[in-house]
Design a protein around this ligand. Structure first.
Ligand code: F6P
Length: 322
């Protein structure tokens, strides 16, 4: 049996752990693995080569992805997918492990539905926004990176009695924002799932903090928040209240760095499981974790509503910010 493996979309710490585990589990089952470079673009270009246990040595602790990644527009075209399915058949590749987020799983789902190519997905995105799983690879590392940054910002915020708006990633999801806010003791958080206009509520929260004697505040802003970017919210607060605030956009710092223990272990579990599933004839699902148990989620579920940040965290934040 020959299996191809690719990483697609935004890279995430823990992807390398999954690649390593898949290759070594395949070796234990006498399955050949082909690494496909630059995600779906590598499928289109037939940019693949064999991976051995030695090819994946010393990658467990590294961020990024040794297979490189891309956001491939061409793969959206049905004719391109037809050609890819034929190329895979001609090369004798019997199945694919796809590591990525919702866009990557949409592609894998189509390849499976339209052409019967056996595909197993491994959730890899710092955004932690996939239906059917409590966790995705990279989320824990990104969160810890954001926490470290906000703790540093807190030192200077306190020293200057300042308000800081810190923008975190997450695309349309508030998962990173809400978890960072609780873990850093932020005074407030703006995130997309909370509704259209939360500006007045933010002002009320900051004012209440001031009245309780708080002289500095940290507001975490999800990049997808409906009020706009941290800079937009900052401009509005400065205009309306003449606050001497500062804005920090954490950006791609959140995507890099050595994966945490959680992401290494999750990647290792999922990489091996994906190979075992393909070997057993399973296809058309992505892996997940629900309440600590490994689950298999049909690709079609990737179109379900994104999971929202847990209400127990969003309700707790204003209590802890007193
Ligand atoms: O999906 C991961 C992510 O880091 C999002 O949080 C962010 O919006 C996006 O990717 C950035 O993408 P790019 O690296 O292509 O700018």
């Amino acid at each position: 049996m020959k299996i191809g493996i690719l990483t697609s979309g935004g890279d995430a710490p823990g992807m390398n752990a999954a690649i390593r585990s898949a290759v070594r589990q395949a070796g234990a089952l006498d399955i050949e693995v082909y690494g496909i470079w630059r995600g779906y673009q590598g499928l289109v270009d037939q940019d693949w080569r064999p991976l051995t246990s030695r090819s994946v040595a010393n990658i467990l602790q590294r961020g990024g992805t040794m297979l490189n990644t891309a956001r491939c527009q061409a793969f959206r075209l049905p004719a391109v997918r037809t050609q890819v399915a034929k190329d895979l058949r001609d090369a004798g590749i019997d199945g694919l492990v796809v590591i990525g987020g919702d866009g990557s799983f949409t592609g894998a789902g189509l390849l499976f539905e339209e052409h019967g190519v056996p595909c197993i997905g491994i959730p890899g995105t710092i955004d932690n926004d996939l239906p059917g799983t409590d966790r995705t690879l990279g989320f824990d590392t990104a969160l810890n990176t954001a926490i470290d940054a906000v703790d540093r910002i807190r030192d200077t915020a306190i020293s200057h009695d300042r308000v800081f708006l810190v923008e975190v990633m997450g695309r349309r999801s508030g998962m990173i924002a809400v978890h960072t806010a609780v873990a850093c003791g932020a005074e407030a958080v703006l995130y997309p799932e909370s509704g259209e206009d939360t500006y007045e509520a933010l002002v009320a929260q900051l004012r209440a903090g001031w009245e309780r004697g708080k002289r500095s505040s940290i507001v975490i802003v999800a990049e997808g928040d409906k009020n706009g970017s941290a800079y937009a919210v900052g401009d509005r607060l400065t205009r309306d209240y003449h606050l001497d605030l500062r804005v920090v956009v954490l950006g791609h710092i959140q995507r890099g760095g050595s994966p945490t223990a959680n992401d290494r272990i999750l990647g290792s579990l999922w990489g091996a499981e994906a190979i075992k599933l393909l070997a057993a004839g399973e296809k058309g699902v992505y892996l997940g974790m629900k309440a600590g148990e490994m689950v298999h989620v049909p690709f079609a579920r990737v179109h379900d509503p994104r999971p929202a940040p847990p209400a127990e965290l969003t309700n707790l934040l204003p209590v802890l910010a007193r």
